[in-house]
Design a protein around this ligand. Sequence first.
Ligand SMILES: Cc1ncc(COP(=O)(O)O)c(C=O)c1O
Length: 412
Amino acid sequence: MSQSSLLALHGGPKAVTATRPPHHRWGAAELARLTAMVDQPSLFYWKGPQTDALLAEFRRTYPLQWCMPCSSGTAALHIAVAALQFPPGSEIITSPVTDMGSVIGILYQQLVPVFADIDPHTYNLDPAAIRRAITPKTKAIMVVHLAGNPSDMTAILALAREHHLAVIEDCAQSWGAAHRGRAVGLFGDLACYSFNEFKHVSCGDGGIVGTNDQRFGPTLAKWGDKHYDRVAGGRNPEALSPNYRLSEPQAAVAAAQLTKLDAIVAAHIRLGSRLLSHLRALALPGVALPAIDPRDTHSFWFCLLRLDPAAFRCPRDEFVAALQAEGVAAQAGYIPKPVYGYPLFQNHNFFGGGWPLRDAGLTTMDYRTVRCPAAEALLATGISLPISPALTDEIVDQTAAAIAKVARHFAA
Ligand SMILES: Cc1ncc(COP(=O)(O)O)c(C=O)c1O
């Protein structure tokens, strides 16, 4: 074995030697907006100039007539679900490979998340699995564009039309992604985005929900603002809504970030595509790359690979430890298990230690019996590689070399 092929885990040289140059996510644009904000008499969102700026910037990419900036992606999704006003016990089909934020609002609205399996190659909801999950109680599909890879909205919209289902798009991970040339979020009835710390664009924490549908649009703000009617004025709520407002300081940062959205997304796409094209050229046996429809734009929030366990002499976690030792910021899987596998779901511990919806006979769902084999396999065999404008071409090139080094070392 040559010295350079000796794993760093075993005392060899690291494959990734390039250092990250300093990268500042916040700068002059954020400072200018925050400075303007300090001069304002009010930091309240309603009619706030920073909120207006945020909406104008957002609509450059996402021309949605009604939007509610809010405190998180979770809040955006909760507002979207609430605005649909489904009766308790109604079912919303979604992916088991997602953040808790996708399902929290469904549960709070006394609805039932139904987990359909993913496509093993795109890692997004499999339209055939959605079809199998539809029951007379199904009212909506919540699509999650995982890692920035657009879901098959053409197939999903056809299914939704056939069964008269609403479609919510969870675009938290997919800023800048496009299906057939059209931005994700513009396909479904309601679109939700996150500005949390880790997303393409961030204000620390924040989110936005939008729609072009006049049935829900005018109510979005109320569903995120205690159901107060800021247009007519006065407090006379006719429904139960949390306070999910985004304040002006956060809107200022989010607005500034959105002025850079195109450049940030372009960097993610360039670096993610570069990594994938190296890995495609290397054609490492047992390393599966994400499937991306050539007509779509994957905006590479991160890059998720899969290992074929039969192709390697080590468990996935040892492979990841070897990559980390080589200097790659790899992580095992994405979430530790499918969402339905969390103790919360396994124990149906939603409200006061139980699930009043089930006690009332409004659902028979038992999450202990749910199985989504493709989702389980992905999370057991996946490796995530973060992609960000903080990376350089050299780091990406060395990352691909590190993956090849580790894969060849452990090849069965
Ligand atoms: C797919 C997805 N949906 C929803 C959320 C929730 O967003 P937030 O953290 O802003 O509440 C996240 C955040 O990680 C996410 O990745």
